[in-house]
Design a protein around this ligand. Structure first.
Ligand code: AVJ
Ligand code: FE
Length: 438
């Protein structure tokens, strides 16, 4: 992705568009009833996501980059995420499943023609090249959202996957020391980095310790068993209030039977695997667990330093393992297994400092609000990131098992409300270093 000739770049973009489409097509190749139903007020009907993917592609690639006539100008409003709340979308006059399928296919044909005719050469970060990258990432982000919708669907399973790889060698320590000092956060170089990841800028952090692995189901169950949900000391006032109102007693999709924890995953009921990263916890639960454990959540800067900083060179890497694109050996990405792998399953993904499982498996909550980096420049439109900046949203890092590699980097920033947990969210803990640790 970094150093391609225009022809290679064109081929690469076409392949990425195709890969995204095979995933979204698979998740919408289901019974009509399941496509049009709203499985949760938190989510759109799947058929909305599908046509919205096509509409965004029409706006960005066919009309803006290609300068072509609109395909379906009449539906722009229906598929504008800012015009209608998710909970209201089922009552809109949406395209039906067949119409939506025909629409996205027609838009894709035109987008590929535009790709053939658009010069990509000569500009490192061409607006055209970026627009294609943004559309690839947009579709992949909606694939992850559609997987969250599938997870909320009630009924017999309709998605299946092979089991994840087994765990690798145990970590030689449960926490990693990260030396204080400056590092380069964010990026100017990643061609497909979104506006909120830019610009690269030096950030100083104090020395700290960070967990080698994300918090596992077994560790989280210990917090529940210790009465963590009934002890106000561990919760922020807002977290305590939310936990009580929402009646939270365990991660979403868990239930206990005769002292054993079970979970429902895409319709399959299975014993909770002890060594997998915990998922479907909200920020308030993650924050409470961390306080119970005598720790705290890492800041976003700490997370990124732990993931990218190479103490041998002082450089920040693209990924924890280096500058090469992810392979299936590096991280659990792309929805292959429909679940996290046991921690330690990806030794090749370890960061130079020795932190594991940073990319893939689960999105990791950080303590940070979603705010712009110094020098932030909105691009290409304010609705991607700018309108979300502020204290209502917390940042998540690293990508989940459901995220695609085209939409995850060590600089990638995701965000959501601190009460949300239908997303594939987990966390790891950190703590301040004391002088005696150095
Ligand atoms: C970056 C995942 C928070 O899903 O709301 C999709 C991505 N933006 N369509 C979201 C996005 C517009 C966004 N997140
Ligand atoms: Fe969208």
């Amino acid at each position: 992705q970094l150093r391609h000739s225009p022809e290679q770049l064109r081929t690469r973009i076409a392949e990425e568009l195709d890969r995204a489409r095979s995933r979204s097509a698979r998740l919408t190749d289901i019974d009509r009833e399941d496509l049009v139903r709203q499985h949760s007020p938190l989510m759109s009907p799947l058929v909305w996501d599908y046509a919205h993917i096509g509409n965004q592609e029409e706006l960005w690639l066919v009309r803006d980059v290609g300068g072509r006539e609109p395909v379906r100008e009449d539906i722009d409003n229906l598929y504008d995420a800012f015009q209608h709340k998710r909970s209201d979308r089922p009552s809109l006059p949406l395209l039906g499943p067949d119409e939506a399928g025909a629409y996205v296919a027609e838009v894709r044909r035109k987008a590929l023609e535009v790709l053939e005719r658009t010069p990509l050469e000569g500009r490192r970060l061409t607006e055209a090249g970026f627009a294609f990258g943004m559309i690839v990432q947009h579709e992949q982000q909606h694939v992850e959202t559609m997987l969250a919708t599938h997870q909320l669907r009630v009924g017999a399973p309709i998605l299946d996957a092979p089991p994840p790889p087994p765990t690798g060698p145990a970590a030689d320590r449960t926490e990693v020391y990260v030396p204080g000092g400056m590092f380069l956060m964010g990026t100017d170089l990643e061609p497909w980095a979104l506006d909120n990841e830019r610009p690269a800028h030096a950030v100083g952090v104090d020395s700290f310790w960070i967990d080698t692995d994300p918090v596992t189901n077994a560790q989280y169950a210990a917090f529940i068993d210790a009465g963590g949900y009934d002890d106000e000391r561990w919760w922020t006032p807002a977290g305590w209030a939310h936990k009580n109102t929402a009646g939270l007693t365990a991660p979403q999709f868990w239930h206990r039977e005769d002292g054993v924890w079970w979970r429902t995953r895409f319709g399959h009921v299975e014993e909770v695997p002890p060594h997998e990263a915990v998922q479907h916890v909200c920020w308030f639960e993650a924050d409470a667990y961390a306080r119970w454990a005598g720790k705290r959540l890492p800041t976003e800067a700490e997370w990124e330093k732990a993931a990218r900083y190479d103490p041998a060179t002082g450089r920040s890497l693209r990924y924890p393992w280096g500058d090469e694109d992810p392979t299936p050996e590096h991280a659990n990405l792309g929805g292959v297994y429909l679940q996290p792998a046991p921690v330690g399953a990806y030794p090749k993904g370890t960061s130079p400092l020795g932190v594991r499982g940073l990319i893939g498996d689960v999105w990791e909550w950080t303590s940070s609000d979603f705010t712009p980096y110094p020098g932030f420049a909105m691009f290409p439109y304010p609705e991607y990131s700018e309108v979300f900046f502020g204290p209502e949203y917390k940042v998540l890092r690293g990508g989940s098992w459901a995220a695609d590699q085209s939409a995850v980097r060590a600089t990638f920033r995701n965000w959501d409300y601190p009460i949300r947990r239908q997303i594939f969210s987990g966390f790891r803990c950190a703590r301040d270093a004391r002088d005696a640790d150095v």
